[in-house]
Design a protein around this ligand. Sequence first.
Ligand SMILES: NC(=O)C1=CN([C@@H]2O[C@H](COP(=O)(O)OP(=O)(O)OC[C@H]3O[C@@H](n4cnc5c(N)ncnc54)[C@H](OP(=O)(O)O)[C@@H]3O)[C@@H](O)[C@H]2O)[C@@H](O)CC1
Ligand SMILES: Nc1ncnc2c1ncn2[C@@H]1O[C@H](COP(=O)(O)OP(=O)(O)O)[C@@H](O)[C@H]1O
Ligand SMILES: [K+]
Length: 465
Amino acid sequence: MRGVWTVEQVTAAEDRLLARTPDGALMRKAAFGVALAAARTGARHVVLLVGAGNNGGDALWAGAFLRRRGVRVTAVLLAPDRAHPAGLTALRRAGGRVVGVDDAPIEQADLVIDGIVGLQARGGLRPDAAALVDRVASPILAVDLPSGVDPDTGVVHEPAVRADLTVTFGCLKPVHVLADCGRVELVDIGLGPELPAPSLRVLEAADVLAAWRFPGPKDDKYTQGVTGVAAGSSTYPGAAVLATSAAVLATSGMVRYAGSAADEVRGVWPEVVATGSVEDAGRVQAWVVGPGLGTGSSSVEVLRRLLGEGVPLCVDADGITMLAQHPDLWDARDPETPVVITPHDREFARIAGHEVGDDRVAATRGLAKRLNAVVLLKGNTTVIADPDGRVIVNKASSSWAATAGSGDVLSGIIGAVLAGGADPATAAGAAAWLHDRAATLAADGVPTSASRIAAAIPDALRAIR
Ligand SMILES: NC(=O)C1=CN([C@@H]2O[C@H](COP(=O)(O)OP(=O)(O)OC[C@H]3O[C@@H](n4cnc5c(N)ncnc54)[C@H](OP(=O)(O)O)[C@@H]3O)[C@@H](O)[C@H]2O)[C@@H](O)CC1
Ligand SMILES: Nc1ncnc2c1ncn2[C@@H]1O[C@H](COP(=O)(O)OP(=O)(O)O)[C@@H](O)[C@H]1O
Ligand SMILES: [K+]
């Protein structure tokens, strides 16, 4: 698990650290990390874009360190009268060139270092900086974060820097897990002891494995948690097959299916115990309800019944629409029963009553609190919030999951991990993580499909075991 801290948290922690550190030491440490990363690219001529604040100071000091390694360095000052004085002196002493915007040798650079703005960034690049960035053809190394991207929300305010590499300091900030920053390198500046509990968490392979249930010597088909799937309809039998496939491949115990696509499901998965209705389904340890189910009165009754069963639920797709249309459905649920809902943006707007907006983390957190449920907001970056305000963020390793039916696969995986007994937010996070890896594996660089993403679940798991 990796932590992520907001600008407010980082700034407060930095203030405490600065108070017990010699003047300028932190910036030099940070800048040295930038210089090392820049040197590793092999660039022989580095152009620094230097803004008004400490982010520009980092760039100037990095330039001074690079000069000592014999690299040609030109600093372009965007705000000449506000450039970091000590950084500027250090660069000049080391033999770096300093120019104004009109003389920027952007086209001659092997590497451009973006020190335009860092944690205090507000809005997109200003016109003079934007004009320079527009001319860049070399790789860009962003200091702390790509300028023009909001540090806390990851919103890209165009025009913004597109970084190949971002070197950040002390800890990850939300921008690094919510937006494209290229490769992210973290330089230790000793901030750790000053940091409070993280605002967001990012799961790693070990966390995903820990959430999964694998059979032991004492297990049988029931003890690992039985997953129930209530999905599909005569119009959408495929959703039933996809969600069930994912549950089957993510679980080694048992999967039950209940609904009108029982024949289709049995045809693909003879091992699934399939029935026509939830009344006949038998006991399960978690339900997946909603994909392709329809929103008619019989579907509403299915959802009402399952919400009242007292086992964890993953409510997806039509299930979310029904919860939006019939808020009284929540009354069927004991508040202690874990519920995970998995909206995409349009479903989110339906159930929340407002658009997601720019701050996806705040929006997800707000809805989770209001509904007393875990909310998993889909997208290239998946945001998972629990009612207590804890948030897990999963940035996709590729965009191949953006294919019809892949959400049905995700809900099947969530159901399987929930049935195994994982805490609901961790189950949702681990499932999102694995779903992304399965999509990347299934695609292997060319278009894939939801069935293939499901089929890649075992390989995605095997790769981390
Ligand atoms: N503190 C520490 O311990 C350490 C800090 N470190 C470093 O300091 C960085 C934070 O530095 P910081 O606080 O000086 O602010 P920073 O982001 O450089 O902004 C400066 C000014 O830019 C302006 N501006 C705003 N938006 C803009 C835009 N879109 N486009 C252009 N300009 C814009 C705005 O001024 P304005 O022009 O609006 O008056 C703002 O006040 C941090 O990211 C890290 O790199 C490291 O050395 C490690 C130790
Ligand atoms: N651009 C993207 N990059 C990575 N993953 C994506 C992207 N767009 C969507 N996804 C993922 O694909 C899945 C799509 O789910 P959903 O929208 O419910 O599709 P469907 O309803 O067709 O099953 C979600 O897991 C979502 O996070
Ligand atoms: K920057």
